[in-house]
Design a protein around this ligand. Structure first.
Ligand code: MN
Length: 210
């Protein structure tokens, strides 16, 4: 068995012009694929050969195997990221909408906070909407760091993520990260997916094997 490259849950033209087909083809077909291929090469014949991706992330972190952790966490983060995006406008369900209003004031203010933290992030990483207990928060992680397994600082559940690595936007926006973030966060976040994650109150499970 090998860890699978998850399929995009939409056509590669579905997010254009905000995220072009060329960006999705490169990002999914080359970047995500490379992380998955690296994980599969690393685990082949070893103790994690039939482990889930989440288990591999935890095990690599525990023994400070940075190479395997980075590849495995990036594989998971990208799988989660594809589902965090969608073609059309969506709204949070009633449960998530109430939590957003309580913790951020409104969905518009939450979107502003996601853009602001995405802009404040130096270098490569991710900006997340997470649930900690009953509270929502916007949090950043650097490089490959992930909320796949409890996440930094404890039992956080990821609801949505936006990729801040330059490969996510450079073909379409060159160096202007802010325009990318405003367009993606403004119109292409999958609030139905976030609502499912909020209601489950447990991390999304990467569909591991092929
Ligand atoms: Mn990426």
């Amino acid at each position: 068995m090998t860890i699978m490259l998850t399929s995009l849950p939409y056509a590669d033209t579905a997010l254009a012009p905000v995220i072009s087909a060329a960006t999705l083809q490169t990002h999914h077909g080359l970047h995500h694929r490379a992380y998955v291929d690296n994980v599969n090469a690393a685990i082949k014949g070893g103790p994690h050969a039939i482990a889930s991706l989440a288990t591999i992330i935890s095990a690599a972190d525990a023994v400070q195997d940075h190479k395997l952790f980075n590849d495995a966490a990036q594989a998971w983060n990208h799988g989660f990221y594809w589902f965090s995006l969608c073609a059309g406008q969506q709204e949070p369900d009633a449960g998530l909408a109430a939590a957003i209003e309580r913790d951020f004031g409104s969905l518009a203010l939450l979107k502003e906070e996601l853009v602001a933290q995405g802009m404040a992030h130096f270098g490569s990483g991710w900006v997340w909407l997470v649930r900690r207990g009953t509270a929502l928060s916007v949090e950043q992680t650097h490089d490959a760091a992930s909320f796949a397994v409890a996440g930094p600082g404890g039992d956080a559940v990821p609801l949505l993520v936006v990729d801040l690595w330059e490969h996510a936007y450079y073909l379409d926006y060159r160096n202007v990260r802010k325009n990318h973030l405003k367009q993606v966060i403004g119109g292409h976040l999958n609030w139905a997916f976030a609502s499912e994650n909020f209601a489950r109150n447990a991390a999304w499970v990467y569909p591991d094997f092929i």
